[in-house]
Design a protein around this ligand. Structure first.
Ligand code: ZN
Length: 134
């Protein structure tokens, strides 16, 4: 497997990446409207509240949409085969993107129950990914 193209880390997202080092998924929650949002940013996209707190998520979700990629993407090797890129609705109410691993890409489908899994990056952070939930 070729090396992953690794995402940059900004200060605004530091709490997210720090938690991934411990295998924990955290989401930014707005203290004004008491709901999580994604992607991480300094103000709530609904109410513009600027008091944001990071809270741990359960890590369970449902596939909202999936696309199976047959051409290798950046940092990927053709020998790795097709892979599934999915939008996942987490039970907390936010939609995130990730690959669904640990099953054939063609088996990933809308409505599938998935759970967070992690893929190691070179600096100790881990990439948010998903696997079928038993
Ligand atoms: Zn808000």
């Amino acid at each position: 497997m070729s090396p992953l193209l690794e995402p940059p880390a900004s200060d605004e997202v530091a709490p997210f990446w720090d938690a991934t080092r411990r295998g924990k998924l955290v989401l930014p929650w707005c203290r004004s409207c008491e709901r999580p949002f994604w992607y991480p940013r300094a103000t709530c996209p609904r109410c513009l509240g600027d008091t944001v707190e990071w809270r741990q998520a359960r890590g369970d979700g449902t596939v909202y949409a999936v696309s199976v990629q047959h051409q290798p993407g950046p940092g990927r090797d053709a020998a790795d085969g097709p892979y599934a890129v999915a939008l996942i609705d987490l039970d907390e109410g936010v939609r995130v993107m990730g690959n669904v691993l640990a099953c054939a890409a063609a088996d990933v489908h809308v409505g599938m129950s998935v759970r967070v899994t992690w893929q190691a990056l070179s600096d100790g952070r881990q990439l948010l990914q998903f696997a079928p939930r038993e």
